[in-house]
Design a protein around this ligand. Sequence first.
Ligand SMILES: Nc1ncnc2c1ncn2[C@@H]1O[C@H](COP(=O)(O)OP(=O)(O)OP(=O)(O)O)[C@@H](O)[C@H]1O
Ligand SMILES: [Mg+2]
Length: 367
Amino acid sequence: MPLARLDISRLRNLTHVRFEPSPQVNIIVGENGSGKTSVLEAIYLLSFGRSFRSHKHKTYIQYEQPECVVFAQVEQGAQHLPVGIKRSRDGAVEVRIQGRAAQSAVELAECLPVQLINPDAFRLLEGSPKIRRQFVDWGVFHFDEQFINGWRGWQKALKQRNSLLRRGKISANLLAAFDQELIRLGEQVNHARKAYVAALTPHFEAVLQQLAPNLHVQLGFFQGWDAQRTLSEAIEHSYQRDIDVGYTNTGPQRADLRVKTPTGDALDTLSRGQQKLVVSALKIAQGQLLIERGRQLVFLIDDLPAELDANHRRKLCRLLESLASQIFITSVGPDSMDFTWSDTTDVRHFSMNEGELSLKRTGEFNE
Ligand SMILES: Nc1ncnc2c1ncn2[C@@H]1O[C@H](COP(=O)(O)OP(=O)(O)OP(=O)(O)O)[C@@H](O)[C@H]1O
Ligand SMILES: [Mg+2]
């Protein structure tokens, strides 16, 4: 599934960048503001249909240009699958997969799973539970094919119930009539999330052990309501409160992935570098789980050296190399990318200069 060719047009300072990445390791080095992160942003856009830097498409479309386009040839066995996205200033989005218009961004995510580790990674620990739920749900989406339909149905049922509650003056009896579907699908979503976190945990522990053996971090999953109760019981129990406040208080919409150290919350006790290692371990573990199930994915590591000392940089590179996935790494200086890659790894070094990308040298690739 690696990207065999990438074409980026009119995205930030990348007027037209066209290159053939290595199916394994790609290292992009360049000065601040040269356009390195923008290359990763383009790949991310192709997978998620949105940027990781801004929700406003106008910020990444090149100044004074009507649209930006990212196009790739995705390797699938012996074939190449053409995939493209065009985002226009007027808000239009056009996604094409193999020459036909895609139904939704979900199709993109399915054919090109992308995992990002960047200097904002600590937000996964620091941010609201929503960010961690999205992290878990991304994993479940690729782990359990049934998940997306159940999740969509549950979201719809939840919205309907909340809109009823907002309108007020609603009796417990009337509310109960809307709850059957909400409970059935909510339990389904919860079940899938729990199974996923259970599968993810040993991978996370093993990866963290390699990256930072002295760190003791535990994952826990809060399902969104009292674990002693069924969802039906929890909803019944909070009827009056839901009516009073005008929305649904309890359920999978409150779920969270808890990341704990023996002394408390990971966020309160870990240094910035340690937080980056924990988040990297979470994301690599998520990738491993996919790889284990015969899927492939692309890893984007923006500013790899940030917050990491030489020893941890090398450990992270060694781990990334062991994934046998396509990886794009950016760095401001070549000195901080001093890891010695294996002779059998196809490593391509690119330099980025004011939006122009050039291949520096290709790593030796010995059979
Ligand atoms: N909409 C836009 N149109 C044109 N240029 C833009 C637009 N938005 C941002 N830029 C410029 O494009 C460049 C984007 O750089 P990018 O963030 O990719 O750099 P970088 O190489 O990752 O830098 P750093 O090392 O500081 O992270 C910057 O010079 C920025 O000023
Ligand atoms: Mg950058």
